[in-house]
Design a protein around this ligand. Sequence first.
Ligand SMILES: [Mg+2]
Length: 253
Amino acid sequence: MPTPTFQNTAGAFDAVLCDIDGCLLDEAGGPLNLDRLAVIAQHNAHAKAHHDRPLVTVCTGRPQPFAECICRAIANDLLPCVCENGAWVYDPSVNGYHLDPAITDAHLAAADQLRRWCLSTYAAQGVSSQPGKTASVSLYHRAPDFLETIKPALVEACAQHHWPFRISGTWNYINCDLDHITKATGIQQFLKQTGLDPHRLAGIGDTQSDIAIAQSVKWFGVPANRDPAIDPYATHISKLDQIDAVVEMLGML
Ligand SMILES: [Mg+2]
């Protein structure tokens, strides 16, 4: 085990793995809440200077460039972040791009084939693929209900073509992730890189893909706008929404 990248000598947690969409910002779009992100940036600056609170990083389904940008916004240039639902771990301290070693060239080729199949089948009906993903596919349509109707066909296409993907969703996207990759496997890679103790990790999330965060950490908080299906996994359910909830929970930790 490497020497832990960061230690909080004054409390129970060294790091907080925070989901992005629905937690730090609104998945549906709109301006970033820069005032609140600045509060988290100040929290992180204080953590790095005094080692008296956990450092906040992100654990997200978003592709690496977006995760890198949010890490910069919250002044996390020390701890790796988990991107693309676990496929990538990006280390901002060394600009390290780390694909999970369990993902092969064949898996990447399958992701590309699945993306092309989805677009050739559904683009005419308004489905698009989120750019920037390399080991997974995220599909968007302006009517989330439409996405629900095509899920069974996606599952069938994956079975037919032997593409090893799990089909799930957030509020506005269908996520197609490799069967053996989740936010939990991403957190395993994070732990290998950082040497942190999983019993000293906290997490924050709002949808079912974040259950994998909850199962990998000691303390798990959710904002009021969460999917109630994740309530059984929560240590704390905030009465506040999104980033207001995150700031409140950092105060508790
Ligand atoms: Mg989310």
